[in-house]
Write a protein that binds this ligand. Structure first.
Ligand SMILES: [Mg+2]
Length: 411
C-alpha cells in the first residue's frame, strides 16, 4: 500500500459574524484539505485550520510513495507544524483504516464509546446579513439575545453543555449572561455551563468573576486569564476548575503546568497537539496528572469534525463534552458527501464505515476553493483585529469589515 496521489486544497466557507475578544469572525473561514489516493485504490482525507498548503507541500516528495500505515515514521519525517501534520496524519489514518476495513477509532486501538457528547458553542454576534446560516442567524448582543441563541441550539441539537464565548463585552455583561443562562438551563435538569473570555481578564477580575459565578456552579472557567502562573494564583481563591486551550495547548506546556498547577482541564485538539494519536497521548497525560480532558474546536468542516469524533471516541480519558463549531458550518458550506454529520441529543454517533466515515465531495471542494481564490481571505481569516460598529461589509459580505476604533480589551 503506497500513496500514489496527494492533493492539498485551500477552501473558503461562509462564516457568521461571531464576536470574541479579538473582534468579529470574518465572513469566510479558511481550511486546508489534504486528500490522498493509494495504489491499491483507497482514499484518505484530512483537514487543517487556515491556509497551510505551503507548509504541507514541501513534504510531497516523500509522502508520494509512502505506506500510509507507517504513521510513526511519517510523523518523524514530517517537516512542518503540528496542525499541518494533523491534517496529513488524518488522511493517512483514513486510508489505512479503510484498507483494514475498520473505523479510524477502532483501527487505532478501539473505541471507548460509540457516541461523543458535544457542547453548544455560543457567541455574542451580529445578525448575519447574508442570512444563509444553519442556526441562530439573528443578532445576540445582550444577555437576553444570548439566551435566545442557547435555546435555539438546545432545541435543535439537544446539547446539555453550554459554552459562553465571553470577553467581548465588559465582564459584568458576561456575569449577567451566565446568570440568565443558568436560570433558563438549571443544573438540576442536567445542564452544565462553561465560560471562555480568551484570557482578557486580569487575575483580579478573574477572582471577582469567579466569586460572582460560584453560586451558578460553572463547569469550568476556560482561559479567564493569561498564564499558567496567573491561573495558579486564581485557584487560590476559587474551587471552580480552570481549563485551557491557550496557556496549555502543546506538549511543551505540560511540564510547567505540572509544576505550577494552574490548569485543571486540558482542551485537547488534534489540530493543536499534532494529530488524532497525539489526542490519545494527551489523554494519557491527563490520566497520569489527574487532569480533566475536554475538546477545543475552531471552525471545523466535516472532515475535521469526523476526525475530532474519532479522536474523542478513542480516548477514554475524555470526561467533558467537547466544544464544536460545527453547527456554525452551513449545510451547503460543507465539503463532505451526503450532507452534514448530525447531532442527536447533544451527541454524535461514530460512523460504522471504514475510515473516518466521511468522503470529500470534490465538486463542493472545488467550489470552496474557487471562493478562496476569489475572496482571498487573510490567512487567519476568522478574526478582525479592530472593530467599528459603523463600518459596513464589502459587497454584501463580511469580508473587509474594518473596525478601526476597536482595541482588544483588558478587563
Ligand atoms: Mg478557548
Amino acid at each position: 500500500m503506497k500513496i500514489s496521489k496527494l492533493k492539498v486544497t485551500q477552501a473558503a466557507t461562509h462564516d457568521q459574524p461571531l464576536l470574541n475578544s479579538t473582534g468579529v469572525h470574518e465572513s469566510f473561514r479558511v481550511r486546508t484539505i489534504v486528500q490522498i489516493e493509494t495504489d491499491d485504490g483507497f482514499t484518505g482525507a484530512g483537514e487543517a485550520p487556515h491556509d497551510l498548503a505551503s507548509i504541507i507541500e514541501p513534504n510531497r516528495d516523500w509522502l508520494v510513495g509512502w505506506d500510509p500505515r507507517q504513521i510513526t515514521k511519517a510523523r518523524l519525517n514530517f517537516n512542518g507544524t503540528p496542525g499541518a501534520w494533523a491534517a496529513v496524519e488524518t488522511a493517512l489514518l483514513d486510508a489505512a483504516a479503510k484498507q483494514a476495513g475498520m473505523p479510524v477509532c477502532d483501527y487505532i486501538g478501539g473505541r471507548a464509546r460509540d457516541k461523543v457528547d458535544w457542547a453548544a458553542y455560543l457567541f455574542y454576534k451580529f445578525a448575519d446579513e447574508n442570512g444563509v446560516g444553519e442556526v441562530a442567524t439573528g443578532a445576540a448582543l445582550d444577555p437576553e439575545g444570548f439566551v435566545k441563541q442557547a435555546e435555539e441550539f438546545v432545541d435543535k441539537y439537544g446539547f446539555k453543555a453550554l459554552k459562553i464565548k465571553g470577553g467581548f463585552f465588559h465582564p459584568d455583561v458576561d456575569i449577567e449572561t451566565f446568570r440568565l443562562l443558568r436560570k433558563r438551563f438549571p443544573k438540576s435538569e442536567g445542564y452544565e455551563i462553561r465560560i471562555d473570555p480568551n484570557a482578557v481578564w486580569t487575575v483580579e477580575t478573574s477572582i471577582r468573576v469567579a466569586k460572582e459565578l460560584e453560586q451558578y456552579e460553572p463547569q469550568y472557567l476556560e482561559d479567564p486569564t493569561d498564564t499558567i502562573e496567573m491561573h495558579a494564583e486564581l485557584k487560590k481563591h476559587t474551587d471552580i476548575p480552570t481549563a485551557s486551550n491557550m496557556c496549555v495547548s502543546a506538549f511543551a506546556h505540560v511540564k510547567p503546568n505540572a509544576q505550577l498547577g494552574g490548569i485543571d482541564v486540558i482542551l485537547g485538539d488534534h489540530h493543536h497537539w499534532g494529530g488524532i494519536l497525539a489526542y490519545k497521548e494527551t489523554g494519557v497525560l491527563c490520566r497520569v496528572m489527574g487532569w480533566g480532558l475536554s475538546g477545543h474546536s475552531n471552525n471545523s468542516l466535516g472532515v475535521s469534525q469526523a476526525a475530532m469524533l474519532h479522536a474523542c471516541a478513542a480516548t477514554p480519558e475524555l470526561n467533558y463534552p467537547a466544544d464544536t463549531h460545527y453547527p456554525w458550518t452551513d449545510e451547503d458550506g460543507d465539503i463532505i458527501k451526503g450532507g452534514k454529520l448530525q447531532f442527536k441529543d447533544g451527541a454524535m454517533e461514530v460512523p460504522d464505515k471504514p475510515g473516518l466515515g466521511v468522503e470529500v465531495d470534490d465538486d463542493a471542494l472545488a467550489e470552496r476553493h474557487e471562493q478562496f481564490l476569489r475572496e482571498k481571505p487573510e490567512n487567519r481569516a476568522d478574526m478582525i483585529l479592530s472593530l467599528d460598529p459603523d463600518a459596513k461589509p464589502r459587497d454584501g459580505s463580511w469580508t473587509g469589515y474594518n473596525f478601526p476604533n476597536y482595541k482588544k480589551p483588558r478587563w
